[in-house]
Design a protein around this ligand. Structure first.
Ligand code: ATP
Length: 243
């Protein structure tokens, strides 16, 4: 039992949840190391959504608003951490949700689908096909889902698939606390923020946005500039750390 007055109560609860989800086969063991890296980067950005993250979340909302067929790609960590936030994003934006896993088994897909459906999400189903040119199982996707999406929102992505999706001409929006990852640099747009903070920011930005505003935001953004700004925020945060 974690005492609620522990200074890192929230982080400890999240760790406990991920460990339980790993034991239940929802999160891959490798997903725990990815979370550890994310925790470290979250420390570096001060465990809050920065001004740059907020700006990127607005651009993400604009891209979603202008997309013809946007699909949110969910893996084990995303479902364990942010199922309700995914459902809320879908409710507001109407995006599709598809389960896509590096360590794929039908049982894991079923469990992750159940977590999402339990919080009201509607998850795309069908027979996946190898539509993305990759050697591993993230190549598998649904023809009516990621297979035909013009925009794929892929939180906590691996660089390989991001690169393959971009080569297929897709718009790729990612959420990744590491501004140096291959994914962050390959994506059309990267929101450098923690998943459970970033998804609500995108959802809220979408709610009030008009098409004209979205078109202006999409015309004016530069992912390289946003990543440099995110790194500058980390440097500023570090320089203040011991003040
Ligand atoms: P790349 O191939 O893009 O360089 P990687 O091998 O560095 O990827 P993975 O091990 O696939 O990265 O981990 C996925 C990424 O997701 C990591 O960069 C990590 O920082 C990020 N991540 C994990 N959990 C969260 C979270 N809760 N919020 C935001 N980002 C996260």
């Amino acid at each position: 039992m974690i005492p609620p007055d522990h200074p890192r109560y929230r982080q400890l609860v999240v760790r406990e949840r991920l460990a339980r989800c790993a034991r239940e086969g929802i999160v891959a063991l490798e997903g725990l190391t990815a979370h550890g890296r994310a925790e470290a980067f979250d420390y570096l950005i001060g465990e809050k959504s920065t001004a740059t993250a907020r700006e990127a979340a607005r651009v993400a909302a604009a891209l979603l608003l202008l997309a013809r067929h946007p699909v949110l790609s969910v893996n084990g960590n995303t479902a364990a951490l942010a199922a309700a936030e995914c459902a809320r994003l879908q409710e507001v934006t109407g995006c599709g949700i598809e389960v896509n896993l590096f360590h794929r088994s039908e049982e894991r897909v079923r469990r992750i689908t159940r977590i999402l459906e339990d919080v009201g999400a509607s998850v795309l189903a069908g027979t996946p096909e190898r539509l993305i040119p990759l050697q591993h199982d993230r190549a598998l996707c649904l023809p009516g889902g990621i297979g035909s999406a013009d925009l794929v929102l892929v939180p906590l992505e691996d660089g390989d698939r991001c690169e393959a999706l971009r080569a297929m001409g897709r718009t790729v929006v990612t959420i990744d606390l590491n501004p140096l990852s291959r994914t962050a640099r390959m994506a059309t747009l990267t929101v450098v923020d923690e998943l459970t903070r970033a998804l609500p920011l995108i959802t809220e930005a979408y709610r009030g946005m008009t098409r004209t505003e979205a078109e202006a935001l999409v015309r004016g953004f530069d992912n390289h500039y946003l990543l440099q700004a995110a790194i500058a925020e980390i440097v500023r945060e570090l320089s203040r750390a011991l003040d």
